[in-house]
Ligand binder design. Structure first.
Ligand code: C2E
Ligand code: MG
Ligand code: MG
Ligand code: MG
Length: 278
């Protein structure tokens, strides 16, 4: 009897796994078709310079408006796109869109506003990544100084020397380089000094902590001072509260990005935001 029960349970388990595999496969297939179906959307979140209150740039953030799954956020599909090898095509699309957006701003407002994109480690490690970036810049007519590239520390750890060489080449082209999610990875001073970057982005988790206890504030102060000592700019991410903003101003943080100024916006809304700000 017990044996039979066990068998049933096994069957239920087996069925569940089969279902999960099928679900996963259909998700992957939808993802593979998303570019052709034009289902990706790029949103843009404004970045504000705290010293003069001016808008200095936008970060591009991808969303997937899937006919089957509804609106899907990057955390739920980027890792899978990386696994199934779709990230390179998606990443190229993102870069193209972002460059076109930067050019449109330039035409509409005669203003140089930087647009940054997030790069997956898999993209960076691809042998012809730099070639692809150059191609997109040429095709869209965007100047490299309009483009920012964000990489995370963890993304750089694998094949470190190789990645550093590529970043140097991008930097020499005039592209702004950001170290994203700063503080969540390995960050030692020694390591930071080796990176050819312009700016660090302090992760939201630190910003969340800064109001909770005195220690949180000291950590932010340390990070900002350290960055400035080695001539890096600082962007604070995920700023939502007035208190956080005024503290970051006091601590001489350079740029703020967060709901306090704006959520990520559609392209049209981003133009409206600029119109009001300029
Ligand atoms: P990230 O690059 O660190 O982007 C910042 C995330 O914080 C974004 O989430 C943004 O919407 C969110 N955020 C900004 N300000 C606030 C705030 O004040 N409060 C709160 N609660 N959240 C805020 P999102 O858009 O869901 O993106 C998550 C991550 O997905 C990004 O983190 C980035 O690592 C990745 N990602 C986004 N777009 C792309 C892309 O085009 N390519 C690749 N490879 N990764 C992307
Ligand atoms: Mg980012
Ligand atoms: Mg970040
Ligand atoms: Mg992140």
């Amino acid at each position: 009897k017990a044996k039979e029960l066990g068998k049933d349970r096994y069957k239920v388990y087996e069925k569940k796994i089969e279902e999960e595999v099928a679900n996963r496969i259909s998700f992957e297939n939808s993802l593979k078709n998303a570019l052709d179906k034009d289902e990706f959307i790029l949103n843009y979140q404004p970045q504000i310079n705290l010293s003069n209150d001016e808008i200095v740039g936008f970060e591009s953030l991808i969303r997937w408006n899937s006919s089957e799954y509804g609106l899907v956020f990057p955390m739920d599909f980027i890792p899978i796109a990386e696994e199934i090898g779709e990230i390179n095509k998606i990443g190229e699309w993102v870069l193209k869109e972002a460059c076109k957006f930067a050019i449109n701003i330039r035409k509409k407002y005669q203003k140089k506003i930087e647009v940054s994109v997030n790069i997956s480690p898999i993209q960076l490690q691809k042998i012809d990544f730099i070639k692809m970036v150059k191609k997109v810049l040429k095709e869209t007519g965007a100047e490299s100084c309009l483009l920012g590239i964000e990489v995370t520390e963890t993304a750089l750890m694998e094949s470190f020397e190789d990645n550093i060489e590529k970043l140097k080449e991008l930097k020499d082209m005039g592209i702004k380089l950001y170290l994203d999610d700063f503080g969540t990875g390995y960050s030692s001073l020694n390591y930071l000094l080796k990176l050819p970057i312009h700016t660090i982005k302090i992760d939201k988790s630190f910003i969340d902590d800064m109001m909770v206890e005195e220690k949180g504030r000291s950590i932010i102060a340390e990070i900002i001072n350290l960055a400035h000592d080695i001539d890096l700019d600082v962007v604070a991410e995920g700023v939502e509260l007035e208190d956080q903003l005024s503290m970051l101003k006091e601590l001489k943080c350079n740029v703020v990005q967060g709901y306090i100024f704006s959520k990520p916006l559609s392209e049209e809304d981003a133009y409206d935001f600029l119109q009001l700000k300029l």
